[in-house]
Design a protein around this ligand. Structure first.
Ligand code: ADP
Ligand code: ZN
Length: 621
């Protein structure tokens, strides 16, 4: 972007949003939009996609049209923008005729910079004319993965956006999504963007999210124990079925939490009332099916727990990604059972989809199971699934020593040798039979009963071999060939292990009794170091002093009063992160107040007096 744009972008970031610097990727994306290109931006949830269209909207003359799939959530986004002094509006079916009229007038007068529009509304010729008159130049498509049938949120209306864009006289598109997989990305580019578009693919790491997965034991004790670390905080508990949601919400409620159910089988009004409480109040535990969450941009969700196996790694990542958008520590725990895995397997097999799709889905499930059973850092395994490499993170259950690891080099060598000797063409169930020395028609037809590997693995059960195959995949020793996805090949580290140059540790879960455990034995899945409650840790990881914590609580009460009076969620006034910074800095003047993270010019003018008074009082006492 020309230097003048770059300088202005930073100025707007400070003055309007109260933030010091761009986060990784933001400046480049804004730059490309301002240069006139169509842009695809893929960034994890919480990375700050919204600013990538909000800043260009403010920099350029004319109107930016934001397409968002869920009208119920546009309102909070518009409130947040207005609280920062930005002229924003939403056009959707929740508006009263009077509101619609008022917004139309403002649009015609070119007094609006950003308008959020539902795809259904954009189809109307009167809307198209209005947007054309209002000088619309940029279409920002939020949750752009909705255009793809491969994704999990397919919305057919998204397919017509390029035509609608033309009808509104809009020249340029910015598509943003948090969905990482390549087929979805290709669909977005093909269906929504021009040939010369630019793509920005951000790292998917979310270091503030603590990752943990464990086998579910009977009852809800594991979930309740985890919730106990998060008393008074907002969070989401996902369950697989409506029935599961209702039962779990009742149990969590009985344990003394404010737990609200949410699923597609509920009355619509009740469901949206529950969503509103979750957004607006502190400390609500939303117990929900995956129907809940898309477009939720509540910044201070402190935990996301899964009572059941998610449907894929992408879905898992998107669901846990709803925690900790404010960058403060947030906690996740995913429970799964062999039953969940079998159910998923059956659902894929019985689904009404073609063979190619089923193969993809089975492979996706394999990758998810590998993540569950991984012997290496959970985050390394997760990022590897998105094609990224990373060091052990120190912020996951595996790094924290939740699982007993044993030397699995010999087993891994046997398994990999079976793969290599069959040219990578056979699946783990066949290879297990081979290792166990069981003949079958296929075994003799391929001559596998004559291989030296035949029968070298009689000491382990089928289940144990299944776990070994899963773990060597999770550890990155074995992968699908890039050019021939049906073929298993060894990676560099895989060959090193096979040649005996390197050893590999695997989890002993399925191998108990066969191997002596090493190290202190812990119950599987229990973590050595629990996460601290996130709210009293400053963003640099420092713990707040007693005095600062007291001030933080006073600031929160003031925020709650203001939010109630204005009928907006507390985060529209200030994010937690802002209040924490405020408690740490204890500003005494308006000028000092303006320096606080997340305080822009509009919020400084509106709230400085209120909050300075709270600080003054706290310091005096
Ligand atoms: P996404 O849409 O990518 O999930 P959002 O746009 O909602 O993420 O941003 C997540 C949070 O991060 C919001 O609270 C936003 O205000 C904040 N944020 C975005 N950019 C910055 C920045 N440069 N500095 C500080 N906070 C930021
Ligand atoms: Zn880790």
């Amino acid at each position: 972007m020309p230097p003048s744009h770059a300088g202005n972008a930073v100025r707007l970031l400070r003055e309007v949003f109260g933030y010091e610097a761009f986060r990784p990727g933001q400046a480049e994306i804004i730059d490309a939009v301002m240069a006139g290109d169509d842009v695809l931006a893929v960034m994890p949830t919480g990375a700050g996609k919204s600013l990538c269209f909000q800043i260009p909207a403010l920099l350029a003359p004319g109107l930016t049209v934001v397409i968002s799939p869920l009208i119920a959530l546009m309102r909070d986004q518009v409130s947040q923008l207005r609280a920062n002094g930005v002229a924003a509006a939403a056009l959707n079916s929740l508006n009263s005729p009077a509101e619609d009229k008022q917004i139309s007038t403002a649009l015609r007068a070119r007094a609006v910079k950003l308008v959020y529009v539902a795809p259904e509304r954009l189809v109307r010729p009167d809307t198209q004319n209005l947007l054309r008159e209002a000088g619309a130049w940029l279409m920002a498509i939020d949750e752009a993965h909705c255009v793809s049938q491969w994704g999990h949120d397919f919305r057919p209306e998204y397919r017509s956006l390029p035509d609608l864009r033309a009808a509104c006289g809009i020249r340029q598109t910015l598509a943003v999504t948090a969905t990482a997989d390549a087929p979805t990305r290709n669909d977005i580019a093909r269906l929504l963007l021009s040939d010369g578009h630019r793509s920005f693919l951000h790292s998917f790491d979310r270091p503030n999210l603590r990752l943990a997965m464990a086998q579910r034991r009977a009852g809800n004790a594991q979930l309740l124990a985890r919730l106990a670390r998060h008393k008074g905080q907002s969070g989401i508990v996902y369950a697989a079925s409506r029935r599961g949601v209702d039962d779990l919400a009742a149990d969590i409620g009985a344990a003394g939490y404010q737990a609200l159910p949410y699923h597609a089988g509920m009355d619509k009004d009740l469901r949206s009332a529950h969503q509103d409480s979750f957004l607006r109040e502190d400390g609500v535990v939303m117990v929900a099916t995956v129907a809940f969450g898309m477009g939720i941009d509540k910044p201070d969700v402190r935990f996301v727990l899964h009572a059941n196996l998610p449907s894929s790694i992408e879905a898992y990542y998107q669901e846990i990604g709803r925690a900790g958008r404010d960058g403060l520590p947030a906690d996740t725990l995913t429970l799964y059972s062999p039953g969940d895995m079998q159910l998923r397997r059956r659902q894929i097999a019985e689904a009404d989809s073609d063979e190619a799709r089923k193969r993809i889905d089975h492979r996706k499930l394999d990758a998810l199971i590998a993540l569950c059973e991984t012997p290496r850092c959970r985050r390394q395994t997760l990022l590897a699934a998105f094609g990224e490499s990373a060091e052990p993170c120190g912020n996951c259950d595996v790094c924290a020593g939740a699982f007993t690891l044993v030397d699995g080099s010999l087993m891994a060598r046997k398994a990999m040798s079976a793969i290599v000797r069959t040219q990578g063409r056979f699946s783990p169930p066949h290879l297990t039979k081979l290792l166990k020395g069981q003949t079958s028609e296929a075994m003799t037809r391929h001559g596998h009963d004559l291989l030296p590997t035949f029968g070298v693995g009689r000491d382990l059960s089928e289940e144990e071999w299944r776990s070994v195959f899963t773990q060597i995949q999770a550890a990155g020793l074995v992968r699908h060939d890039a050019d021939d996805r049906d073929r298993l090949v060894l990676s560099e580290p895989g060959w090193a292990v096979l040649r005996g140059e390197m050893n590999v540790q695997i989890r002993s879960t399925a191998l108990q009794g066969k191997l002596r455990r090493r190290g202190p034995s812990m119950e599987e899945g229990d973590e050595a170091s629990p996460v601290q409650a996130a709210v009293d840790i400053a963003s640099d990881g420092q713990r707040l002093s007693v005095r600062q914590t007291a001030l933080l609580n006073a600031l929160k009460s003031r925020r709650a009063e203001l939010a109630r009076a204005q009928r907006v969620p507390a985060f529209v006034i200030f994010h937690d992160r802002t209040l924490i910074d405020m408690a740490v800095r204890s500003p005494r003047s308006k000028a000092e107040f303006a320096q606080v993270h997340g305080v822009g010019a509009a919020k400084c003018a509106q709230y400085a007096a209120d909050f300075l008074a709270v600080i003054k009082q706290a310091l005096a006492s």
